[in-house]
Design a protein around this ligand. Sequence first.
Ligand SMILES: [Fe+2]
Ligand SMILES: [Fe+2]
Length: 323
Amino acid sequence: MFASKNPDLPAQREVLDTIAPRIAELMQRHRDARKLWMPSELLPTGDDGDAELAALRERARGLPDSVRVALALNLLTEEGLPHFHRLVAQYLGHDGVWAEWNNLWTAEEDRHGCVLRDYVRDARLFDMKALEQMQYQYIESGFNPEWKDDPYRLLAYTSLQEKATQTAHANAGRLAGQYEPQLQKILAHICADEARHYAFYRDSFSEVLRADTNRALAALAAIAPALAMPGHNIQGYAQMSEVERRAGIYGPREYLKLVEDLVRHWAIDALDGLSAAGRSAQDKIMQLPARLRRMAEYVESKAHTRSFSFDVIYRRAFEMAAG
Ligand SMILES: [Fe+2]
Ligand SMILES: [Fe+2]
């Protein structure tokens, strides 16, 4: 084995073992609440001589370019699953309840990329080769966030990331729905999964916060200020994110809101009996919403109407207001 960068790792692994029975309960809660769906249930079957497919294509023609670009980015994010399966295994281990969760979660997530890819292909929304090249590049580039071998950082990250994806899919679905209700329905199914994943990770992190408060706070304080976005080395990623922000699908405002919700849910401000390091992490977290608000305002104040163009939508140019 390789030497760990994290001297606290043995103690943290012990905490993860101690809370395993509770994690098993959270996993059972997840299984009880979910209604497992399959991508093909949400897409035309071809049984009707492709009439349904033709109608879907016709409706999809109305989708604005901004929504298409957001859909491309959200799809690519889902297709980053190999990175995340590996990270969960690397940080939470290869056996026991955590590994069981990783497999269940991966199987659920895998359907998200599948259904979106099948949909965009059925709907003829994209230059598929351009999309596939981005996906290839994204997977080949790897994703190795600097989490210093700290499994609590993984749980803090996944709590935030699940809510972020849920928000992005929900807002894209809302905007798509007036043109293409079928796409909104697909996105609603994905959102329901993300909401349950979020509840699992959030409540797992609650257990860690209870069992090992100071270290959990330090992990959250390291992760939350700047969520490492896995797709950042996709070509055109910054511009695609900017389209999402301007469309009101996902950006600093949405991130601010989900951080506020989580800080409230975990009652970070009420934690006491902390070490000096724990207190300093708590302060840093409590100051974060104001900092994120300033960052959102700064981005908005710098933005002007601008034109965008992406290979994935055949280099059509479209304009967007500052947002
Ligand atoms: Fe997903
Ligand atoms: Fe998810």
